[in-house]
Design a protein around this ligand. Structure first.
Ligand code: T46
Length: 138
């Protein structure tokens, strides 16, 4: 699978840098939810799920982490260490986040409100859903 990384606009001046992200302009969905992950314990891995419908953009705004993406056929690992880059994760992609630096802050922009029903937390179920959905994988 080919990870989709968006370059985010950086506005720099003598006072510092600023990145603005507008839903449907800079990323391909309206932003309904924002959350961030930080203070991750050394060696901890997070994620281990896919989403039926949710689409997200992940930005490591401080520090670094890695994200494993798996579309049920192929896998890719992306290093996030640049606050000027957003990783798009579409529907039906298994993800695991790991190798967080102690100072990492992972900001997530989500296309919908939190809904536990949208999660697929079993890898076997994910694979079987991928088989059923075929060309719906994006
Ligand atoms: C994802 C990756 C990148 C809420 O109550 N509201 C929320 O908006 C979220 C995201 C989580 N929660 C609760 C649910 C759990 O009790 O927070 C707890 C930790 O969530 P979870 O174990 O799902 O966290 P991660 O880091 O494994 O996954 C999160 C997102 O849940 C997920 O959608 O794609 O970050």
């Amino acid at each position: 699978m080919e990870p989709v990384l968006y370059p985010l606009r950086k506005i720099e001046n003598a006072h510092g840098s600023l990145t603005a992200i507008e839903g449907l302009r800079d990323i391909p969905f309206e932003i309904k939810r924002v959350y961030y992950i930080y203070a991750v314990a050394e060696g901890a891995r997070r994620g281990f799920h896919a989403h039926h419908e949710l689409r997200q953009v992940l930005i490591c705004v401080h520090g670094s982490c890695k994200v494993l993406l798996d579309d049920g056929v192929t896998k890719a690992v992306v290093v996030l260490e640049d606050p000027g880059q957003g990783l798009y994760i579409g529907r039906m992609v298994w993800r695991e986040m790991f190798d967080f630096s102690p100072d990492a802050v992972l900001l997530v922009l989500a296309s919908d409100y939190y809904d536990e029903e949208d999660y697929i937390r079993s890898y076997d179920e994910f694979l079987s859903e991928c088989g059923k959905q075929g060309d719906l994988i994006d």
